[in-house]
Structures are given as C-alpha cells and as structure tokens.
Write a protein that binds this ligand. Structure first.
Ligand code: CP
Length: 304
C-alpha cells in the first residue's frame, strides 16, 4: 500500500497494524526516535489546521525526520498542474501529507507523486482522524468486538472514515445522521460497511443510549464556518441539528464515553458541560493524532 487516502481502501490488517504500532509508539517513543532519520515529510495545506499541523510536524521530528510545511496557495502547486510539482518535490521528499479541499486533487497528487501520500482531510475523508479515534477506543476497551460507537451529527468526511475503519476492525457503528454533506457521500463505502453487518443508520436521537462511545463533529465544514455566503445554510443546519446536540438531555442518564475530533463549537454539536466531563475522552483523541500518525508514517516507510 503506497498511499492512505481514506480507510475505504485500507485493508483491515493494515488498520490493525497501525493501531497496535501506535500503542507501542505511545508507550515506547524512544524506541522509534531515529526510525525516520534522513526522511523528509512535505505538509501541504489548502485549509486551516491545529491538530493535523502540530501532530504531523512534531510526529516526524520525534521519529528523527524533518517536516517542511507549505501553504498550497503560496506555492506553485496553485498555478501549475499537480503532476509536475509532485514529481519535483519527490526529489527531496519521502512522504507527503496533504490537506486539500477536493478529493480529486488528493488523488491526482497520489497518482503523480512517486512517494506515499497521506490525506490530511479533504471534503470526503479524514483517515488519520479515524486511526487516532480507533486507537483511543481500543485503549479504553482492549477490543472492538461488542463495542458500539454512535456518530451523531451531519454525515461527513469524519463519519465516512470512522464508519469504514470501525466496521472493518469489528466494532458496530450507529450513524445518527439526519443530514448528509452531499460532497462527502460515498455510496460504495456505505455499501461496504453495510455488508459487514455492523452498520446501522437512523434518525432517532434516542439511539445514542445504546452506544458505548458517542461521537460528534461540527455541523459546518471548516472552510464554510465563517463564510458569509454560507450563513443561510449554516442557520438552516443549526435548526435541523439542535435536537441532536450531544447533551445530558440526549443521553437521558446513559454514560457513554464522549468523543469529538475538534475543533469544538460548544452549544452547537455538543453541550459545554460534556466537553470537560469525566466521560470525555476528547483530549485523548486529539493527543492520539500524534501517536497514530507516527505509526502510520513508520508503516508507510516500512521503518518499524
Ligand atoms: N481534527 C482535526 O483534523 O483538527 P485540525 O482541523 O485542527 O487539524
């Protein structure tokens, strides 16, 4: 496997390998401190980031490698066919992490770059988030068998990779998703997940009371959140989605672990008191981006 563009294409065995390796990397970071010595990671961004930027940049450094961070729009990727720029950067770069707006561009980058490409979140998929999420769940349970994860919110890129990854490794996924981001929908991924017998889709908010983990995400993608042209759609979504806010009222006495991939919008997709509650594992999830991404880079570089 050269690239990781989504968890739809990633075999279950590879996901397991990365999750187990991430546990070892987290417990024994010194063991891997020079595993990527002499290797360079290019980080390309068309969109904003806190976690993806911090975790990949620190992660490759903690493995003995180097990171170069590039704003796509201040580079000549913005004005030339991707294939030429991709061919050139591979003269110096051993891996690329790209956070791009369009999955089509991530695919073109992967097709033309002779080095591994990791999708750092496009409109359809967020595979490194899902790998960190699986690590976080596995740390709590030691198994995926019999574990139910409810994703409550708008069906989006995060929902896609969580669904693909979790159903492959044996967890049950309950999608409580009254709305779908049209740009994110992947019929093939949903059919594959459904075929495992471990996916259920519902609009009933009370379904969260059957879950061990309740996960939510923004109702508006980051590139639209402060966009004046998107305000009418944002208002419409808030009205539809408020009954699905992850709150104590929604949980009705049930006490699942609470997950959110951040950035958080308190009072919208999640009630503020749950963010810092005893059942919240939100910061573990965010921290685990680092460990999961280190494992993924080791795996792709065949360096572990
Ligand atoms: N969850 C996540 O991808 O965070 P950033 O957008 O801050 O990178």
């Amino acid at each position: 496997m050269k690239d990781v563009l989504s968890l739809k294409e990633m075999p279950a065995e590879a996901i397991w390998t990365v999750v187990k390796l991430a546990q070892d990397v987290k417990r024994n970071p010194e063991r891997y401190a020079s595993a990527l010595a002499g290797r360079n990671l290019l980080m390309l961004f068309q969109k904003t980031s806190t976690r993806t930027r911090l975790s990949f940049e620190l992660g490759v450094q903690e493995l003995g490698g180097r990171a170069v961070v590039m704003d796509w729009n201040k580079s000549n990727f913005a004005i030339s066919p991707i294939r030429y720029e991709a061919r050139y950067v591979a003269r110096h770069i051993h891996m690329i992490m790209a956070r791009l707006l369009r999955h089509a561009d991530v695919r073109e980058l992967a097709a033309s770059a002779p080095v591994p490409v990791i999708n750092g979140c496009c409109e359809r998929y967020h595979p490194t988030q899902a790998l960190a999420d699986l690590l976080t769940i596995y740390e709590r349970t030691g198994t995926f068998d019999g574990v139910t994860i409810a994703y409550v919110g708008i069906h989006n890129n995060v929902a896609n990779c969580l669904t693909a990854g979790a159903t492959k490794v044996g967890a049950k996924v309950l999608l409580v998703t009254p709305e779908v981001n049209p740009a994110s929908w992947d019929e093939e991924l949903m059919q594959q997940a459904m075929a495992t017998g471990r996916l259920e889709v519902t609009t009933d908010p009370a379904a969260v009371q059957r879950a061990d983990f309740v996960y939510t995400d923004t109702w508006v993608d980051m590139e639209h959140f402060n966009d004046p042209a998107y305000q009418a759609e944002k208002e419409r979504r808030l009205e539809v989605m408020l009954p699905y806010q992850v709150s104590r009222a929604l949980l009705n006495g049930h006490e699942p672990y609470i997950m959110h991939d951040m950035p958080i919008h308190p009072g919208l997709e999640i009630a503020e008191d749950l963010i810092e509650s005893e059942r919240s594992i939100i910061y573990d999830q965010a921290e685990n981006r680092l460990h999961a991404e280190k494992a993924l880079m080791l795996y792709l570089m065949q360096a572990a």
